[in-house]
Write a protein that binds this ligand. Sequence first.
Ligand code: HEM
Ligand code: HEM
Length: 128
Amino acid sequence: MGFDRKYLICALGYVVLGMGVGVYMGASGNHRQLVAHAHILLVGFVVSFIYAIIHKLWLERPGKGIAQVQFVLHQVAAVVMFLGLLLLYGGVLTETTLGPILGASSMGVLAAALLMIYMVLKSGALKS
Ligand code: HEM
Ligand code: HEM
């Protein structure tokens, strides 16, 4: 399966999870999970969907190894970030415990974005 489809499937999974948290907040009147909700939808759904489109439109033959590393890095870092945010805003664990985990996952999401930029530059897609 191509990385465009893999990203599309993940994006559609995150939209269900993120909207689920949104519906829960709306129904309960407890908006404490706002930050988790926003980032599941933005880092999860929106960014994964954009990566799917980039793969589909501009990365016909990305280096398989680097594309795999980029995909796994974004997904693992994103899932760790979402779990961390849900536990933090759910009041299950403290910021002292979760701080390093959230910091590391943020770095992972950022590093995956830099890898995606590298793949786009290497593909020549930005040359006219
Ligand atoms: C079933 C659909 C959705 C429901 C029920 C829902 C519900 C909510 C609720 C209750 C809040 C908290 C509002 C507040 O306390 O200020 C919120 C905030 C937010 N939602 Fe959603 N949402 C939905 C879909 C989405 C989608 C699709 C996105 C983005 C792709 C999104 C992005 C955000 C963002 C960024 C915030 C934070 C806004 C701020 O900083 O004040 N939501 N949402
Ligand atoms: C490495 C990735 C990211 C990190 C570490 C990060 C971090 C943060 C932090 C610390 C806040 C403030 C939360 C608070 O109010 O306490 C925030 C808010 C926000 N971020 Fe991000 N962010 C990331 C990626 C993104 C992306 C990719 C988007 C959009 C596509 C985004 C959209 C927003 C929005 C709309 C808010 C305001 C809503 C809210 O308070 O949750 N973020 N982010």
